[in-house]
Ligand binder design. Sequence first.
Ligand SMILES: Cc1ncc(COP(=O)(O)O)c(C=O)c1O
Length: 424
Amino acid sequence: MATSYKTQLLHHAYDRAAHNGSTAVPLYQTTAFDFGTSDHAADLFNLAAPGYIYTRLNNPTSDILEQRLAVLEGGIGSVVTSCGMSAISTTLLTLLRSGDHIVASSSLYGGTYNLLSVTLPRLGITTSFVDPDDFEAFEAAIQDNTRVVYAETLGNPKLDFVDLERLSQIAHRHHLPFVVDNTTTPGVCRPIEYGADLVIHSLSKYVCGNGSTLAGAVVDAGHFDWASGKFPEFTTPSPGYHGLIYSEAFGPAAFIAKLRVEGLRDLGGALSPFNSLQLIQGLETLDIRYERVSRSALEIARWLEGHPQVEWVNYPGLESSAYHDRCQQYIRGGFGGLLTFGTKGGYETAKKFSDSTKIFSIVANLGDSKSLLIHPASTTHRQLSAEQQLSAGVTPSLVRLSIGLEEVEDLKADLDQALRQSAS
Ligand SMILES: Cc1ncc(COP(=O)(O)O)c(C=O)c1O
């Protein structure tokens, strides 16, 4: 029976009968697995038989999460990692070597920006950051040694949405994989449908939903041609795995296989099975939580637009957002719980507002069921110059809200009293 991927997120890859009828997925809290015989161990190490070896490589609980994430994104396979940043770094280190180059959207999460602009250059991997809406400049930034095109769906805190189809066409014209971080729009946007080759997630946000668990994932669309000559790691014998040629051994799954058996093995960014279980639970309710926070965020955005202490509001669900039409093209469902606004009075008023809320907590996180806020100019972006802040979309009065599942009228009342206090 064909079922929607939303139904599969609750059932896929799990056989209750094989687990004493347990309706919840069991937790395999183990480091290693008994091989039984040396011959079976040899088969496992030769990748000649399916099975589990060591939880840094694979684990039955994490395996179910991985299969469901592949369903969520419409990919052929996925690997879960210890957090979103380890999904990004393991992906890039699986693809790249010293001397390689990345073309990335200039509107990226700060941790990713730092990885690309500070840490990877120490290994000889450089990045050109380009405005993702300047398609000509984006394509012109591709060099002979470029190996990856990288972007995020909904930028943060700018709340700009990239044109996935245009960027994937640019990447593919140059035989490059298009890697998309879909952390802020899980389930409602499926970048693979628009040409993405690899999709990254910080599962720590909306997929977890409780602000309790760090996790990340990489999903492989399985349609990138690794044999174009630009990626010899996939087409020539790997010294890291006794001469295995990934494209021959795994075909379309060459990337995700290499990321697991070499990337996780050597870099060690595996996810704890206990965390996998929490993420399996998060996935079960992702759809309804996202729908609810989207509804509340839209209501709050409209209400803030009419508030006397508010200068401007940015939410992709508002007709006034420059990205409203593009989001409608790419998002099926709500526009999410993230919105930004500017307080009248600038930096000090925005800070005072942040300190005055009672329900919202000041947190460098998003996608929690509890409502969160941050004033980037005085916190996450305070190390940047005024010019750098502006190019990241951070103005002195900007406050970012991550709307949670509380009663929306309570959230409005809290924001209202904090806005009044900040103006006094
Ligand atoms: C878009 C995006 N990607 C990646 C990350 C990193 O994820 P993690 O904190 O799970 O390492 C974050 C974290 O805020 C994020 O917002």
